[in-house]
Design a protein around this ligand. Sequence first.
Ligand code: ASP
Ligand code: MG
Length: 447
Amino acid sequence: MAAAGIRVHKLGGSVLADAASIEQAVQAVVATQAEAAVVVVSACAGVTDTLHEIARYAAVGDVRAAHRMLEQLYDRHREYADHLLPAAQREQTAAALGQLIEHAMHLCRGVAYLRELTPRMHDALLAFGELLASRLLADVFSSLLGSGVLFVDARDCVVTDATFGRARPQLPLMQQRLRELGLLEQLQRGGLLVTQGFVGATPEGMTTTLGRGGSDLSAALFAVAVGAEEVVIWKDVPGVFTADPDYMPEAEPIPMLSAAHMRALALAGARVLHPDTLGPAMEHGIGIRIRGVRQPTAPGTLVVAHWEAPPEPLALAWRTSCEVYTAPTPEAARTWTSPVELGIISRMGTLLVTESPLAEPPAGWESWRRPQALLSLVGHAPERWALSMVEHFLRARLACSGIWLGDSPAVLRFLVPQETWPEAAQCLHLELLHYRHAKLSVAPAEG
Ligand code: ASP
Ligand code: MG
């Protein structure tokens, strides 16, 4: 068993948007725990989308466009290296980045030659975003911390099935590989491993990816595989808030959440954590802490398997521009089963709320035509606080298409016409804060 106290840190996306933010992210990890840690790196902001585009150019035979974009990716990472590394180390890093770009160019030539982009080649190409970012970060960590830093190719240890584009990792094989490669020992001796999120390989070594946003899942898997104490997901916002602070500046951080509430929030539209991440970590009793790179000492939000939250609304999340369908009868609503891929957000009574229009609504189902927003108040025991929230909302006389309790055990929902959602969300969020503050002020002091 690995030593206690190992942490897995996940960095990626908007936290790696330019040289300054990369530096901030690296410093946040160093300030928190630079020893006995795994750093799971996903691609820098926007890079995976760019690679998707590159793949499309290659697939139609436009090698020049694909290569030009790969050169731009090289320039971008090279520029970060120049900013972040001491002069003596830059060339070596640049050479490693250049080699990766060369491989990607080869691959694009192959795709363009065949004019066929197989899922296997697509995965091989997408993986370069993570390979570039992790190479760069490993070298930045080395320049700060020295010899205890080890670059690990996730394809050597994250063993998956061959479902390209959405590969499923095989934990026992992953654990075996980590042991064989001596990586557990390295961690126990205080090493810092830097590896890629999102990327794995079949037992035969074919590169796979875990699906969009899959780096959070990688971080959770590494945590389970090495017996870590905690996964730290670094974000540009310091934790989960009572509402998205980009829209609601008065939103407040939530110190602790149960996995069920976190999942309900993610499904309701909060873009905090990939919902798949929770399973493996929670099953093994590993907490997931969401922290902000700009406030590295703030405790953030801890997500744990079980936590008896007080009966109050915890957070508001929303999905906008939803399609709504009415079933012809309650019986039809109950009996119609639909594949999840339809983007179904919620089934409420005879209503079905979806993310995008159904290609073929079942016979007799009617589309509302006017887009709606679904606002979800997530919290423990909603039946205890629903009435006061609903009363407040109705007093504000905002447009409302429906209110539901019970389609999910931890959620109270408000369906409103799309164009009115900002006021509706504001109204509900302020009442949520009001409720929390009132509760806090009367709560007995804890012993
Ligand atoms: N880079 C991948 C993506 O953008 C994986 C991740 O960010 O988690 O989907
Ligand atoms: Mg990403």
